[in-house]
Design a protein around this ligand. Sequence first.
Ligand code: ATP
Ligand code: MG
Length: 321
Amino acid sequence: MSMLEVNNLTVSFSQEQGEIAAVRNVSFSIDEGETLAVVGESGAGKSQIFHALLGLQAKNATVQGSALFMGQELVGLSGRGLNRLRGNALRIVFQDPMTALNPYLRIGLQLTEVLQVHQQFSFAQAQRQVLQALEEVKLSQPERCFRQYPHELSGGMRQRVMIAMALLGSPRLIIADEPTTALDVTVQSEIISLLRKVHERHGTSMVLITHDIPLVAGLCERIMIMYAGKVVETGTVQEIHQQAQHPYTRALLKATPAKQVSRGRLATITGQPPDPGQLAAGCAFAPRCTRVDGHCHAAQPELLVLSESRRVACFHAEGLS
Ligand SMILES: Nc1ncnc2c1ncn2[C@@H]1O[C@H](COP(=O)(O)OP(=O)(O)OP(=O)(O)O)[C@@H](O)[C@H]1O
Ligand SMILES: [Mg+2]
């Protein structure tokens, strides 16, 4: 059974100029213990999908569709039900720990609070678990870290603290939203390998949101490629590397040879992603595509199922016509 089953999720924002859709009819699922990477350029809608699932969308957002997490519908969930979930089974690690941590509170206090609020632990019980979590993320002096303020730690250490926080209360799914973008290359791979260890030890399902295809293989089994709010291709890591079908996926792979891994940012693909407020009628990638023809400008390709893991939305994908 799928742990998370997302169907036709759409996230749109109302603005003065009208309605813009940042996530358009996205469907995917994650099985128990699975690891999925969500890859695409800035503005593709990667974060908005998961913000919507966690009830973290902006006030001007409308979320439509369905997202069943362990059988529970997340779309429309609010209040206590949502809080309970966010404090336990479903956790997110953000790109910049400084925005998620309170700069005026010691690390230990912030982490124990999670357990005291969501699991009704006593302080002593919570402290024990927090120290254990800080040790698990390989912070060399957990007791010291417990007493420190966020600004006293390095960026890499703060991200470890965020992962420790995500581990509290035995989560079933951890969403890591560009957890390494702000870090240098060596620390990036340490954080990915830490997430992998957590996954292996606890069987936690993981979503890694990233710009950086080479990072993915260190953690994930499957990749979902997004462009302009839509899923354009999915496959196992191997399938994507060896038989990418969508011209966008191919361009991404070409733009990131392993040597060129560049602080988590994709090397450039010619042209710019479209403004979500001004999408043309056809395929959103058409203006930048090397294989474009008249049909691509006229109609939007459906996401077709090639096999259990492979999906692609392109009129030119091989084996489709
Ligand atoms: N409150 C808002 N009102 C209007 N548009 C918004 C709002 N929040 C996000 N957007 C738009 O939604 C689109 C998708 O944003 P999202 O943050 O999901 O992108 P992303 O793929 O995570 O990019 P990045 O890699 O830069 O984090 C963007 O075009 C963004 O400008
Ligand atoms: Mg994002």
